[in-house]
Design a protein. Structure first.
Lengths: 119, 420
């Protein structure tokens, strides 16, 4: 089963930019990603720039509407994701709980929709 | 075949067949549909002279065949289940054994119990919300129909059907497993299982509205579930505590309402109507929990219920012990409801003035939560009445009446109000 682990947090939560705490957290991120890789569960994943860099695009009445900013203004914003391949949601929950931002943010676990493939 | 015989076989066999099939086909919807078909066929074809000697084996074999039919027809299921499911060989093993003794194709008794426990843990998985956990446990583990579950929770059958479909969709899409969690996660996961069973029991035990005070069916299912989980997890003290609590509370079921269906308070209950067998079972289970030396809220509540159960009357009840138990329970559950019960016990142990003092202290601390709580006003009214403060008692009874929709409780409060 493939799952997306969507990483949400308040941008001002967590260690401050450039602080020793942030450097320590970076090590945790590397270790976590390596652990996922070592378990053969990592398919992909990227961190995202903040929502102040986001652009939202819609097509309405045949025209493209482009606006500055995220789709929804919320306190906790999507900051990155992992794509993993594990047996069941129990494994996905276990990996989600180990993500370094889990203590101050939230991780949304979403199963990947398997589209029917040509036989 | 006689309707009642089919119903009995259904009640006995449904939980086992669904649990076995969920392990074998790894899809709860398919397992249920196949079981349902097997029961439909049984109802149509069994007669007085051609009922299989082992109805359970007949039903399991038929259900397996129906499941295989569906898998063969359905490409998506085939792809999903892959080689994991070897039902064909299971069915081969079934051949000719329907009328005979136990055969190698039968699930081992231990395997069957493991399957049932796994099914319960899957239905109560924390990735499902509580309402969904309750609904799907009653449907899949207990075999209640959608209509029965809807009626018990006072919602429409369509709404309950939607709830069940949503739950099953999530189970499938998110790959919620039907397995017993590993040891290091067991206690944490068991909390949800016990909470679901307890909520099923309380839903059966006391309806908030409507005229029916006790919906016995849910009480029976909860008692059965609690026993099953406790028996399968002998070292989990809270599982035994909950099973004890349900047995001891359910022992009072007959005495809890009178012939007119009116609520009878514990103090006024005819204790000869208490079910001695259930009390015995509850005390045995509480004793087992005590022996594990890991107290928890269900166990403490069971101990309180047990103290009531062994008293021959309200007067001879060991209220001081009960107060101490509520002190203990308040550490685990520091809620106004527990504090309220503690105050009521204090009034029995040390007099209404002491009880009222505890109640005043409680009202000072959590006025907001209690003001809309009918039992708070009823308890206060009772203490004031016993202190001969009749007009204040009447005010509190009126407030309690305003907050009560349950018909039998309303009749009780009105009667008391008339005595003020």
């Amino acid at each position: 089963m493939r799952y997306a682990l969507l990483l949400y947090s308040d941008p001002v939560a967590g260690p401050e930019q450039g602080s020793p705490e942030q450097a320590a957290e970076m090590q945790q991120w590397f270790a976590y990603t390596e652990a996922l890789q070592g378990a053969g569960a990592l398919l992909g994943g990227e961190p995202l720039h903040g929502t102040d860099t986001a652009t939202t695009v819609k097509v309405r009445d045949g025209g493209t509407v482009t606006t500055d900013g995220p789709f929804a203004e919320t306190k906790e914003t999507l900051g990155g994701f992992y794509l993993i391949d594990v047996e069941t949601i129990d494994d996905a929950i276990e990996w989600a709980a180990k993500i370094p931002l889990a203590p101050y943010g939230s991780v949304e676990v979403r199963p990947i929709m398997e589209l029917p493939t040509e036989a | 075949m006689q309707q009642s015989v089919v119903a009995q076989v259904f009640a006995d066999e449904w939980p086992k067949i669904v649990a076995t099939l969920v392990r074998e086909v790894r899809d709860i919807d398919l397992a249920e549909d196949a079981a349902q078909q097997a029961f439909t066929e049984a109802a149509a074809s069994w007669g007085p002279t051609n009922t299989p000697s082992r109805p359970g084996a007949w039903l399991l074999t038929t259900a397996r065949r129906r499941a295989v039919d569906v898998i063969r027809r359905n490409a998506t299921l085939r792809a999903k289940l892959g080689d994991a499911v070897d039902l064909d060989s299971a069915i081969d093993g079934d051949a000719n054994r329907i009328g005979g003794e136990s055969e190698p194709g039968d699930p081992e008794p231990n395997q069957l119990l493991d399957d049932q426990l796994a099914l319960i843990f899957g239905c109560c998985h924390p990735a499902l919300n509580r309402e969904a956990q309750i609904a799907i446990t009653l449907r899949s583990v207990c075999g209640l129909s959608t209509r029965q579950i809807a009626a018990a929770f006072l919602i429409s059958e369509a709404t309950m059907a939607k709830r069940l479909v949503r739950a099953k969709d999530k189970i499938r899409a998110a790959a919620i497993p039907f397995t017993v969690p590993p040891r290091d996660r067991l206690t944490e996961r068991l909390d949800a299982v016990l909470a679901v069973i307890y909520l099923i029991y309380t839903a059966g035990h006391s309806a908030n509205d409507g005229a029916v005070l006790i919906r016995g069916n849910l009480c029976d299912e909860a008692r059965w579930l609690a026993s099953l989980v406790a028996d399968l997890l002998p070292d989990q003290s809270e599982a035994w505590g909950l099973s004890a609590l349900i047995n001891l509370t359910d022992a009072r079921r007959e005495a809890r309402t009178d012939e007119a269906g009116q609520l009878v308070l514990l103090a006024d209950q005819d204790r000869s109507k208490w079910d001695g067998t259930l009390i015995e079972a509850g005390r045995y289970r509480l004793n087992h929990a005590d022996g594990l030396d890991q107290p928890g809220p269900y166990q403490i509540q069971a101990a309180i219920a047990s103290t009531h159960a062994i008293a021959s009357s309200e007067e001879t009840t060991q209220w001081e012990t009960i107060v101490a138990m509520y002190d203990h329970l308040a550490i685990w559950e520091p809620t106004p409801v527990v504090a309220l019960n503690r105050a009521a016990a204090i009034s029995k142990a040390y007099g209404p003035a002491a009880g009222l003092e505890a109640l005043d202290k409680l009202a000072f601390e959590s006025a907001d939560e209690l003001d809309d709580y009918r039992y708070y006003h009823a308890a206060r009214a009772d203490m004031l009445f016993r202190l001969s403060r009749r007009s204040e008692a009447a005010d509190s009874y009126r407030r309690a009446l305003d907050l009560t929709t349950n018909e039998s409780e309303r009749r009780f409060l009105s009667k008391r109000l008339a005595e003020c």
